[in-house]
Design a protein around this ligand. Structure first.
Ligand SMILES: *Cc1c(COP(=O)(O)O)cnc(C)c1O
Length: 365
């Protein structure tokens, strides 16, 4: 089976992990500190604070921004559940705005309609590896005095103009899960330009401990291990190479698929550098087969594919009675049409040829 995503790890990561194991210092330490420094520099943020995963990165970013019970946070329903869950953990209410049909990211026009006196923050997601419409979002935030926390879990080093995601709002949250664009095993990172924010994040992830066994606030154990960070340091060195391979694969797909009726290939918006965490097409009526039929045909040919995401968050059973519902027409439509094809740096050219041929053959019947 050609997997839809997989991590690429080599001798460098192996060596780094063995070094940490032999040192006997496995928990958060010098490797975490090094990864934070390297990551902040690459993103162009003043500070980066490592956490145990992308979900805890989002959770801590929201708490450190002062989001609490009774607040409303406007976000997208077309995302992984962790985005909404992190809001719910704080006691705040997620309010779901609709998305744009070109990039599948939150629609600034929809955000504006949902702002109330309770709204405290906007939580855009840079879905599939492409920056959301941050210029418009930051304008709304400034006008309405709202905090912006970016969910950059799928978009390491994606750019809008010269700026990288995770540097537009008060902070950005990244995931280092194995299938993300870089990994630490499990892991997360929060970026920010605010020293106060970075200090609070560091306290929160380590039981609110300023000095050993002196606790200033109630915190959590959301630390990253030095084993994970050692992997991450090596992965970060390779990230630019991974990204350019992802972009090459994406451009091959687009060239081969864009003229097939009923296949909508991804749009890279003007000024954006898409890092293709996913290569997601839409299958519409003109294709002659449904999205689910195409998925089954790919599976029959040992090709993995995935639906990110089949159900809008507000329709999830877990979200019954949670959040304030908007009417998300574009989200409703898109959830029925999207299909993500294999895209990871280790995908071979002949594997991609086979994937493309399977889709073309199916169209031609
Ligand atoms: C992966 C992901 C998360 C959560 O990251 P974890 O490291 O799995 O906790 C949050 N939001 C989005 C959009 C993601 O893709």
């Amino acid at each position: 089976m050609i997997p839809v995503g997989r991590p690429v790890l080599g001798k460098e990561e192996e060596k780094a992990v063995i070094e940490v194991i032999r040192s006997g210092m496995l928990a958060q330490g010098t490797k975490v500190e090094q990864l934070e420094k390297d990551f902040a520099k690459k993103v162009g943020a003043k500070y980066a604070v490592a956490t145990s995963n992308g979900t805890t990165a989002l959770h801590l970013a929201l708490i450190a921004a002062g989001i609490k019970e009774g607040d409303e946070v406007i976000t997208t329903p077309f995302t992984f559940a962790a985005t909404g869950n992190a809001i719910v953990y704080t006691g705040a209410k997620p309010v779901f705005a609709d998305i744009c049909e070109d990039d599948y990211n939150i629609d600034p026009r929809s955000i504006e309609k949902l702002v109330t006196s309770k709204t405290k923050a906007i939580l855009p997601v840079h879905l599939y590896g492409q920056a959301a419409r941050m210029t418009e979002i930051m304008k709304i935030a400034r006008k309405r005095n709202l905090v912006v926390i970016e969910d950059a879990c799928q978009s390491h080093m994606a750019q809008l103009g010269k700026k990288k995601v995770g540097t537009f709002g008060l902070s950005g949250a990244f995931s280092m899960y194995p299938t993300k664009n870089m990994t630490t095993g499990e892991g997360g990172m929060v970026t920010t330009n605010s020293k106060k924010m970075a200090d609070t994040l560091k306290l929160l992830r380590n039981h609110g401990m300023e000095h050993r066994y002196h606790h200033d606030i109630i915190g959590y154990n959301f630390r990253m291990t030095d084993i994970g960070a050692a992997i991450g340091i090596e992965q970060l060195k390779k990230l630019a190479g991974f990204t350019s391979r992802r972009r090459d694969i994406a451009s091959h797909y687009t060239k081969a698929l864009k003229d097939i009726p009923g296949i909508v290939t991804p749009t890279e918006l003007k000024g954006n550098k898409h890092v293709y965490h996913q290569y997601t097409i839409r299958v519409t009526a003109d294709f002659g087969w449904t999205r689910d039929e195409l998925m089954a045909e790919l599976a029959k040919n040992n090709i993995g594919s995935a639906i990110f995401y089949p159900v809008p968050l507000y329709r999830q059973k877990a979200y019954k009675g949670i959040g304030r519902k908007g009417v998300c027409k574009v989200t409703e439509k898109v959830t029925k049409e999207v299909l993500s094809l294999p895209i990871h740096p280790a995908l071979k050219d002949n594997e991609q040829k086979k994937i493309i041929k399977t889709i073309v053959d199916m169209y031609q019947g």
